[in-house]
Design a protein around this ligand. Structure first.
Ligand SMILES: C[S@@+](CC[C@H](N)C(=O)[O-])C[C@H]1O[C@@H](n2cnc3c(N)ncnc32)[C@H](O)[C@@H]1O
Length: 288
């Protein structure tokens, strides 16, 4: 089943949280001269036109990135991510001051990595969907040391770790169309960790049914994986009704200052993207 298209959701509140964390982690990796690998198991198309029928149909980005792009009070911790979106959209500071910044494009995780990775780094991007794979291939045409594959991303991750540099960021961002994605994603990280315990792993999840998130947490707790940070932003309270009420990330081996950065980012996102029901949580799920 390959019906999921990220184009419907690009730039929504879940992307804002996921991509601001991804930006902070990739920026951190570039502080050392030595190259690293970026492995994206479920990469999507890499770049999205916000004027197309998909984004316009749901309008999700209007409740996400569009609520931040003209803000003049962006905290330092979020400024790298916002600057990257502004750069892609040719937005300058006077556009922001006058509130006239226009969003045309929103980068997916590969689009973000493309802006941050250096010559000494490499990227391995997987997507099974034929249309998104073709769009991604096009985006990466002149991006050296980037390998795009139309194959299963879970297997791809396991085949690539540990990378020769022994430095890597792995993003696992499944569509969760299949219920098995919840356990498969956790199991893949546990297996990858057995081969490469010093990598940084980011796992995105939706809060649709709380029990499924609890199972993921338990999966990590019952494993040998250490140093897991968990962050969540929930627009509304958990419910048994259909639909995503919140979003979260598990981050294995996060950069040491990420938790402090999120302490600033989360209240800001709650204030700008949320409502009275909105809540966030940040916890060290498993200690080092
Ligand atoms: C949530 S989207 C990815 C979004 C992207 N990571 C981002 O942040 O911009 C999930 C993608 O996974 C792809 N996909 C689904 N199952 C897959 C699998 N087993 N291996 C690789 N890609 C898969 C879908 O085609 C879809 O494009």
């Amino acid at each position: 089943m390959l019906s999921y298209r990220h184009a419907f959701h690009a730039g929504n509140f879940a992307d804002v949280l996921k991509h601001s964390v991804l930006t902070l982690i990739l920026d951190y990796m570039t502080r050392k001269e030595k190259g690293f690998s970026y492995i994206d198991s479920h990469a999507g198309a890499g770049m999205y036109q916000l004027s197309d029928n998909y984004a316009q149909k749901t309008g999700e980005y209007k409740q996400g990135i569009a609520k931040l792009i003209n803000n003049t009070d962006i905290p330092e911790e979020l400024s790298g991510y916002i600057a990257l979106i502004q750069q892609i959209n040719n937005i300058n500071s006077s556009n922001v001051k006058t509130g006239s910044a226009q969003l045309n494009l929103y980068p997916g995780s590969p689009g973000i990595a493309k802006q941050i990775l250096r010559r000494q780094d490499n990227a391995h991007l997987f997507d099974l969907h034929p249309t998104d794979f073709n769009l991604l291939t096009e985006l990466c045409q002149r991006w050296k040391k980037t390998f795009v594959k139309q194959s299963d991303g879970y297997q791809g991750v396991l085949a690539l770790v540990p990378p020769p540099s022994r430095r890597a960021v792995v993003l696992i961002d499944p569509p969760y169309e299949l219920k098995e994605d919840y356990s498969k994603a956790v199991k893949t990280i546990i297996k990858a960790y057995q081969k490469f315990a010093t990598g940084t792993y980011i796992l995105w999840y939706p809060v649709v049914k709380r029990a499924l998130v609890n199972n993921m947490e338990q999966g990590f707790i019952n494993s040998a994986v250490k140093n897991v940070l968990q962050v969540e932003l929930c627009l509304s309270a958990d419910t048994d009704e259909y639909g995503m009420t919140g979003t979260g990330l598990f981050i294995v081996n996060p950069p040491w200052q990420l938790a402090n950065q999120l302490e600033v980012i989360l209240p800001y996102l709650k204030d700008k993207l949320g409502n009275q029901q909105t809540s966030f949580c940040l916890q060290q799920l498993i200690n080092e």
